[in-house]
Design a protein around this ligand. Structure first.
Ligand code: SF4
Length: 371
C-alpha cells in the first residue's frame, strides 16, 4: 500500500495512514485466524480503491475478496446501449450522457462512434446540463441517457422535475437506472461462489441507508457492512464482516458512519420515488431481475424516450469473447478472459468492464492483481 496521502485533509489522510492500516491488518489477521470467508464488494469505487491501494494481497490467506456488479456502466446491457446508439440517428436530436458511457461498445456501435460519424452526442457532467441544452435548443430533441444506481437517480429525478417546471417538451430520458439490493438478492439466490457477506456500497447507502440490506442478514445469513472508501475503511469493514461470520450473527453494520445514516437520505429518496417507480430490469451478466430498476411514473411518462420516440433496434448480440458477464457475477477474474490485456485494453476496450474507470477489468489492468 502506497503512502499517497499528501495533499489530503488531515481527516481523510488518517484513513490512509499506512501505520494505522498496518495495525488494522494485524488485528484482522489475528481475528480471522483459521477462518475461511469470501466477501464481495458491489461498488465500483470500492473495487478501484481495493486495487489502487493493493489491499487484496495484504489480507490474511483465508479471506477472499471478489468484485461484483458495482459499476453502473458495466451492468448496463447491450440492449440499452443499442437503443441509445439508435436514438442518436434520430433527426434534430442530441444525445447527452456521462463520459463513461461514450466508449461502451454496444452490439454494433458505440455513442463515441456515432459522434465520430456526425451525430450530436455530448458528454455532460450532470443531468441538469441536459435540461439546459433542451431549454437552449427548443427545435431539437434532447435525450439524456440515465445510467446509475440510487446515488445518481435522485439528481436525475430533480432534472425531470426541473424540465417539468419549465414545461419542456423536447427533453427525454432513456432510463437505465438500477437499484442495488435486488441485484444482491439475485447474487445470493443463485450463489455459485459461497459468499459469506458483502462490503455494501458506501455511496448508494448514503441514499438508501442500511434497512434495504437487512433481508441479506435475516433471510440469507450474509454478513453486511457499509464501508467507506479509504484503505482503513475497507480493512475495518472486513474486520466487522469477520466478526459477524465468526460469531454467526449476520447483521447490517455501518462502518462509514461519518457519511451514512441508518435511514439514508429521506429527502433524496422522496424526490427519487416521486419521479420513478420500481420495475424489473435487465443487468449485464445477471439477466432480468425483478424490481431492480427504475422507470418514470405515469405522470412523467411524457419524458420517457423509450415510450415517446420510436426507433428500430436490432436484437442485441454479445461479443462471444468478452467475459464481462462472468466478471460482474464474480465467477471469473479479468485475467481469466483470454482477451484481457491483449485484444482488450483501456485503449482498445472490447467490453464495458474495461471501458469504465470503475470496471473491474480496467482496475486490474491499471493497478494489477497480485492474488
Ligand atoms: S478483459 Fe475485456 S473482453 Fe475480457 S471480460 Fe474484461 S472487458 Fe470483457
Amino acid at each position: 500500500m502506497g503512502r499517497g496521502s499528501m495533499g489530503l485533509s488531515p481527516y481523510i489522510a488518517a484513513f490512509r495512514d499506512p501505520d494505522r492500516v498496518a495495525r488494522s491488518l494485524e488485528l484482522l489477521a489475528a481475528e480471522s485466524e483459521g477462518l475461511r470467508a469470501t466477501f464481495m464488494e458491489v461498488c465500483g469505487t470500492h473495487t478501484v480503491a481495493i486495487f489502487r491501494h493493493g489491499l487484496r494481497p495484504l489480507l490474511p490467506a483465508g479471506i477472499r475478496l471478489i468484485s461484483g456488479p458495482g459499476c453502473p456502466v458495466c451492468v448496463t446491457p447491450n440492449s440499452t446501449i443499442d437503443r441509445a446508439v439508435a436514438m442518436a440517428d434520430l433527426p434534430r436530436t442530441t444525445v447527452a450522457t456521462f463520459g463513461d458511457m461514450m466508449r461502451v461498445p454496444g452490439s454494433r456501435s458505440s455513442l463515441e462512434e456515432k459522434r465520430s460519424l456526425g451525430a450530436d452526442v455530448r458528454v455532460v457532467y450532470s443531468p441538469l446540463e441536459a435540461v439546459e441544452i433542451a431549454s437552449a435548443t427548443p427545435g431539437r430533441t434532447v435525450i439524456f441517457v440515465a445510467v446509475g444506481f440510487e446515488t445518481t437517480a435522485p439528481a436525475v429525478a430533480a432534472a425531470v422535475l426541473e424540465a417539468s417546471r419549465r414545461g419542456l417538451t423536447n427533453f427525454f430520458l432513456l432510463v437505465a437506472h438500477k437499484t442495488m439490493p435486488q441485484a444482491m438478492r439475485a447474487l445470493v439466490t443463485g450463489d455459485k461462489i459461497g459468499l459469506d457477506g458483502f462490503i455494501c456500497p458506501g455511496h448508494v447507502s448514503t441514499i438508501i441507508g442500511a434497512g434495504p440490506y437487512r433481508f441479506l442478514a435475516e433471510e440469507f445469513s450474509k454478513a453486511c457492512v457499509i464501508a467507506g472508501f479509504e484503505p482503513l475503511d475497507i480493512v475495518e469493514a472486513i474486520r466487522l464482516l469477520v466478526r459477524q461470520v465468526r460469531e454467526k450473527k449476520p447483521d447490517v453494520a455501518i462502518q462509514y458512519r461519518r457519511v451514512v445514516r441508518p435511514e439514508g437520505n429521506p429527502r433524496a429518496l422522496e424526490i427519487m420515488y416521486r419521479v420513478f417507480e420500481p420495475c424489473d430490469s435487465e443487468w449485464r451478466g445477471l439477466g432480468w431481475i425483478p424490481s431492480s430498476g427504475l422507470r418514470l411514473r405515469e405522470e412523467f411518462r411524457a419524458f420517457d424516450a423509450e415510450a415517446q420516440l420510436a426507433v428500430e433496434v436490432e436484437p442485441p448480440r454479445e461479443n462471444p469473447g468478452c467475459r464481462c458477464g462472468d466478471v460482474l457475477r464474480g465467477l471469473v477474474n479479468p485475467e481469466d478472459c483470454p482477451l484481457f490485456g491483449t485484444t482488450c485494453t483501456p485503449d482498445t476496450p472490447v467490453g464495458p468492464c474495461m471501458v469504465s474507470t470503475e470496471g473491474t477489468c480496467a482496475a486490474v489492468y491499471r493497478y494489477g492483481e497480485r492474488r
